[in-house]
Design a protein around this ligand. Structure first.
Ligand SMILES: *[C@@H]1O[C@H](CO)[C@@H](O)[C@H](O)[C@H]1NC(C)=O
Length: 342
């Protein structure tokens, strides 16, 4: 290793070496599970830092972050070591050097009282739907924009706009964050999607993502960027609570906003497969159900679009177990589902 060959190297040898190097580097760097037994935790941290472009202020900060990284990675490794016992895996993703508290504060919202939900506007139009397809995937219908790295309740509005107007338009979450100062939806991160729908109705719609781009922080509401609105909704309806059968009827017809508990360790580090919990029903995050299906082993699941970028989960999506024993659904997914109407 590291020795420079004395003899001149042929082109063929070069290609072989290059191919070998590519294989080595792709296995070491490319895998989110990055589990090389031979690599020390410090090396894994260094590689992870490079992979995620993470730079620390000083050595003290790096040591502190390393310790957090280490304890997270050890838990992830031991979960994955018992892979046969689970339907999903965890991955050492971009959140690996954050504590639970830091993660919850930055990536989930605070949900105070369920009673704070605004009074429901209409009935449940899918109440009497008698047949739904065995599986639905709105991504395949072109009704879902690429995964964003930000709040997410505009996805259901993007969906209904595509279904009624025929056009898929990426809408501005930032406009919600900046301009809906009274709604308390925190750009939907808190799962208060109904407030966001109220705002969008009152606002006469939402601007496009291109027109009012994501900034990452709350800003002042820009009237200039806000107009014209690209997509308007006529109203919204709530799916009857605690009923996955009703949720299925709604998702069969359009992408549906759902609130879930997403602040737990397993959810944070979900890497792929069918998520079956650990999670509770402390609703702290708004996501969008864009489909459902059943795996070959008979496990039923929801297809859920998250907003933590494409590196999280299955290209930004999670498959969450469906029709579970609890009426609230897994992570409370059936508790506060709602959808915009044209
Ligand atoms: C469903 O059917 C019942 C009974 O016929 C009716 O009262 C109700 O209005 C229907 N709901 C919808 C949303 O059409």
């Amino acid at each position: 290793m590291g020795r420079i060959p004395a003899a001149p190297v042929t082109m063929k040898q070069c290609l072989v070496l290059a191919a070998l190097f590519a294989v080595i580097s792709s296995t070491a760097w490319g895998s989110k599970l990055s589990d090389p037994v031979t690599m020390s935790m410090a090396e894994r941290h260094d590689r992870w830092m490079a992979e995620h472009g993470r730079v620390y202020r000083d050595e003290a900060e790096k040591r502190r972050r390393f310790n957090i990284f280490k304890s997270n990675v050890e838990l992830i490794d031991s979960f994955n070591a018992a892979a046969g016992k689970h339907k999903y895996t965890l991955g050492v993703n971009q959140f690996a050097d954050m504590t639970n508290e830091e993660f919850k504060a930055s990536h989930t919202g605070f949900r105070n009282v369920i009673a704070a939900r605004p009074v429901r506007k209409g009935g449940f139009r899918y109440e009497n739907v008698s047949a739904t397809p065995a599986s639905v995937d709105w991504r395949a219908e072109g009704a879902v924009t690429p995964v964003k790295d930000q709040g997410s309740c505009v996805a259901a509005v993007e969906g209904i706009t595509k279904l009624t107007a025929g056009e898929l338009i990426s809408l501005s979450e930032q406009e919600l964050v900046d301009c809906d100062v009274e709604g308390g939806d925190q750009g939907c991160s808190g799962g208060l999607m109904d407030y966001a729908f109220e705002f969008i109705i009152g606002n006469g719609g939402l601007a496009t993502e291109a027109q009012y781009p994501y900034q990452g922080v709350d800003g002042d509401c820009s009237e200039e960027k806000s107009s014209p609105s690209a997509a308007a909704i006529g109203g919204y309806e709530d799916v009857p609570a605690d009923d996955e059968a009703s949720l299925r009827k709604a998702v069969a017809h359009q992408p549906v906003s759902v609130a879930i508990e997403a602040g737990g360790f397993d959810f944070r580090f979900y890497n792929g497969g069918i998520f079956t919990g650990e999670c509770g029903t402390y609703l702290d995050h708004g996501v969008t159900a864009v489909g459902y299906d059943e795996a070959s082993d008979g496990t039923k699941y929801w297809v859920v679009k998250n907003s933590w970028g494409e590196d999280w989960g299955e290209e930004g999506y999670i498959r969450m177990e469906r029709d579970v024993d609890a009426k609230e659904g897994l992570c409370g997914i059936a508790m506060e589902a709602s959808y915009p109407t044209a």
